[in-house]
Ligand binder design. Structure first.
Ligand code: FAD
Ligand code: FES
Length: 223
């Protein structure tokens, strides 16, 4: 069942499925609201419900205390609508910057290259679509056989007409679920699923202050 969620103070209305978190609905409709952990523990997405009812989901008791729930606060990353809603969120609208809506993608791995110690370059060709993003944003890669995903920064340059291929640089983390999948299972030709773009750590062309960029590249290829 779909519900309407109006986000104040901007007055934008988005549609949210009863099985979808309010945060997900906002991001997929191009409305950026603050968030970080996306699983109910950091409280970055805490917002107030002005009208309507929600299922609080798996919000931790530390991030959202009982008295806050009674006062109408929710964590947007875990809360799902049970009625149409009006919420008050800390929405930031930045002049001159267009944030692209989050979408789901499927793609094929066309290249895997060990490009530095314990670091793998993965080239993904998107099927029947293009992704639009801003430099600095990231995707959430779904880990097959689990209900989990992991954030990976998009290492390729965003193109004006959208990118049909993206590159990720993934470091091995001992015992890691996501990097374990990338290093132990993923092969060229495999299909992958991901969602994006996410993140506000982007290059702002209108920013007047000096910006220091730095990077490091280990050119010793283990192959
Ligand atoms: C916005 C964002 C962008 C990111 N971009 C990239 C990227 O471009 N490339 C990339 O490789 N990673 C990136 N990461 C990190 C990535 O999302 C995963 O956290 C990382 O791959 C580890 O996930 P895992 O499933 O392999 O490990 P998990 O299964 O989550 O963790 C396994 C164990 O390793 C520990 N651990 C987790 N991460 C690290 C670490 N970095 N160093 C040491 N111990 C760790 C955990 O505490 C745990 O004990 C990004 C994260 C964020 C939030
Ligand atoms: S983003 Fe961390 S609690 Fe919602």
């Amino acid at each position: 069942m779909k519900y309407k969620v109006r986000i104040e103070p901007i007055g934008v209305e988005v549609s949210c499925d009863g099985n979808q978190t309010i945060l997900d609905a906002c991001l997929r409709n191009g409305v950026w609201v603050p968030h970080a952990c996306t699983h109910g523990t950091c409280a970055t997405c805490k917002s107030r419900i002005i009208e309507g009812e929600v299922d609080f989901g798996l919000a931790s008791n530390f991030a959202l205390m009982d008295f806050e729930r009674e006062e109408g606060y929710v964590l947007l990353c875990t809360a799902k609508p049970r009625t149409n809603l009006v919420i008050e969120a800390d929405v930031e609208v930045e002049e001159g910057i267009e944030f692209y809506p989050v979408k789901d993608f499927t793609g094929k791995v066309v290249e895997i290259l060990d490009c530095a110690r314990d670091t793998r370059k993965i080239q993904i060709e998107i099927e029947n679509d293009k992704i639009f993003y801003l430099a600095g944003q990231y995707i959430q890669l779904y880990i097959p056989g689990t209900e989990q995903n992991r954030a990976y920064s998009i290492a390729s340059r965003p193109l004006k007409d959208g990118n049909s291929t993206i590159e990720l640089h993934i470091k091995r983390v001992p015992g890691g679920l996501g990097s374990g999948y990338v290093f132990e299972e993923l092969k060229e030709g495999d299909k992958v699923r991901f969602a994006g773009p996410f993140g506000r750590f982007i290059f702002r062309k209108n920013f007047d202050n000096p910006i220091l960029f730095f990077g490091w590249w280990n050119w010793t290829c283990p192959n």
